[in-house]
Design a protein around this ligand. Sequence first.
Ligand code: SAH
Ligand code: SF4
Length: 336
Amino acid sequence: MDIKLLKTTLKNEPNFRFKQTQKAVFTDLIDDWSKVTSLPINLREKLNKEVPLFINGEIYKSKDEKTIKALIELKDGLKIEAVLMRHKNGRNTACLSSQVGCPLGCGFCATGMAGFKRNLTAAEIVNQYLFLARFLKNSFKEKNKITNVVYMGMGEPFLNYENVMSSVKILNDKELIGLGARHISISTAGITEGIKKLANENMQINLAVSLHAPTDKLRSVLMPINKRYSIEKVLDAVERYIEKTGRRVMFEYLMIKDVNDSPKDAKKLATLMKRPLFLVNLISYNPTNKFEPSLSPSVKRFKDILEKEGVAVTQRHSFGRDIKAACGQLAGKKNK
Ligand code: SAH
Ligand code: SF4
């Protein structure tokens, strides 16, 4: 949904029309202007021609219907994906992409391996939300609202900062989607300029940082961007972010078998993470190519060491392995 385009299309209409159309798009989640019977027929036709609501997507569901993946085709034919995770307690998290592909090429990530095509516009980011929100509303009688949004799909959000923040503002705007800032999270591979800018936004959104290794040597192998933004630089930027915002920061740590999951790695990680408002989130690795997920005893041992050292730790289980719901697995293949 391109809000600017909607505004220009309505420029000769009375002011209340804009409110009406916003409600239709963001609250009623309609996918065709013909259904908005409160609008005059000729305006519905004009809107269908100039600001069409149709989003070209396909849905893939996991067997348990807890994970729903949308593969969306953009106007230029490129494909992106967005994932919906339906949690037990009624929380529904939408995971959105910020770019088509990703230029950072992390070795464990299907998006990174597929290369980079382009940045997404704010409208293309918001459309992923709308597509999933419509599906949820039409498919389930209750607990059918998106309650959380994470920018953890394809791409690096801080390499597309302006468009990502415009989309965040649309999600957060009470007149539009009205999702609380505390329910929105952005994950970065550690682009320090983005961390600095976010600290100055004065918004209560959550920051997550993908760490994945306790030493520069290993991190540079897994995440080539570490050569430019070393662990020290990233942690420095995070410290300043915390000073400015007073907000907790989550460090994501993928558990990869025999790569970063030894007790020695856990001890090194603990020395980095034993700071106020730092939280470590251990993530199960969704196998994409050469790496394998850590076995559960190693994960337990790793977690125990961190806890014993006084580090705050949580654990995230993977969702939707049967539909390849990890970052970039499906769209990556189709864009080749
Ligand atoms: N580019 C950003 C945000 C998108 S990736 C970033 O890297 O943080 C979102 C998260 O998914 C990151 O923590 C990333 O490391 C993780 N991820 C990538 N590939 C994965 C896989 N195969 N299994 C599980 N998590 C993966
Ligand atoms: Fe890009 Fe994030 Fe994947 Fe790395 S993990 S390649 S930064 S999307």
